[in-house]
Design a protein around this ligand. Structure first.
Ligand code: SF4
Length: 123
């Protein structure tokens, strides 16, 4: 078991997909380390490219939910077009709206959504 496995919240797993993802093809675009002591080295990625790629990503919504539910695993880099600071702001809004255990509520909503999708016949 890796450290990432220990920190993973099974209620919101990273979306399973075999589609090609820009962050796997071009990980250098997504590099953003707000903790780097050298301010000029904090954003070495191409944020504009990363954000555009996330905007076209088929799993962007699920990726964002995973990133929000996993603050310890997303302390750096761009996830679903968000920086660490943006994710912090979104978590604060979710806490205000849904309470401290917002992850449980989001996970329940996602589970219901997945069940509905399975019941809906493909066009
Ligand atoms: S939305 Fe997430 S999975 Fe998709 S390209 Fe962006 S970082 Fe990768």
């Amino acid at each position: 078991m890796t450290a990432a496995d220990t920190l993973a919240d099974p209620r919101i797993p990273f979306p399973d997909t075999d589609r090609p993802l820009a962050c796997r093809r071009n990980p250098e675009w997504f590099r953003h380390d707000p903790y780097d002591p050298d301010p000029t080295a904090r954003a070495t990625g191409d944020l504009e490219q990363a954000r555009k790629a996330c905007g076209r990503c088929p799993i962007a919504r699920q990726c964002l939910l995973w990133a929000l539910a996993h603050p310890e695993l997303t302390r750096t880099d761009i996830w679903a077009a968000t920086t660490l600071q943006m994710r912090g702001a979104l978590r604060r809004r979710l806490t205000l709206r849904l309470g401290e255990d917002w992850v449980a509520q989001v996970a329940a909503t996602e589970k219901a959504r997945a069940q509905r999708a399975r019941r809906t016949p493909a066009p």
